[in-house]
Design a protein around this ligand. Sequence first.
Ligand code: NAD
Length: 287
Amino acid sequence: MAEIINGRELAKQVNQNTSLRIAKLAQRGVQPGIADILVGNDPASRIYSRTKRRKAEQMGIKFMIAQFPESATEQELMRTIEQFNKDETINAILVQAPLPDHLDQVHLINAIDPQKDVDGFHPINVGKLYNKQPGNYPVACTPRGIMKMLEHYDVDLPGKNVVIVGRSILVGRPLQSLMINANATVTIAGRHTKNLSALTRTADILIVAAGQAKMIGANDVKPGAVVIDVGINRTAEGKLIGDVDFDAVKKVASLITPVPGGVGPMTVASMLAQSVDLTEWKINGEE
Ligand code: NAD
């Protein structure tokens, strides 16, 4: 029976560490600041934004939500991003997805100052990660949280077969780079992958980020594998479940994340920690 990764507890530890760093910055008269750009009325995005704000403010981070109506134009948003880029009290800028169809997420991300790109989506930061450049730069928060989890649970990566299901810019692609940089042997699967089950069964570490409820069952997992479930799916009854059939897979895996209470809390904790990284790098001239 697998050991269950406690993402909530680990996120608490990460947040405690972040709070200590915020207190040290306060002694130097500095408060980290996050600007969250929210467009339209997507209920999940509004809840997510509020959760981030509550946590950030509890920890002493300034958190601004720039709320725009569904009809906002790219020009208006660009102007706001430009203002936040110049604003010395803002160290981290987020553009909350999903955006209405008439807005181009790529244009908006590319307009963010790479040194304030707390989501790690700007092509300059993605390129630095891809090339394993030395120095400090932000990386996507969900993959960052996953790497922290694996480190905390002493999961050895060099030479291990890692299979990632899902190749989005949010999860799969940056995670692939982080895993390669950690000397793992990485395969990344998508919708066109043939015989996925045979592939996932080769994984010492299987990470699933496809957004398909319970797509991975016990027969898709090698006995003793580490299984990280990124998926968040809502059942007809309103329950949150992952991409992995948790009850079945926990019987064959050695270590597994639950949904909820696994990757999710670590994503928020990683974003908050990264906003403090950006602040420290700025004032220490370490960008
Ligand atoms: P996305 O839709 O952008 O990407 C999904 C990827 O999965 C695509 O590359 C697609 O090719 C692949 N895919 C879909 N169905 C597949 C299948 N049957 N077989 C193989 N590959 C398949 O999604 P995303 O933004 O990367 O999110 C993925 C999931 O992770 C969603 O459920 C999302 O809610 C969740 N998520 C959770 C967190 C968190 O913090 N827990 C963070 C980000 C995303």
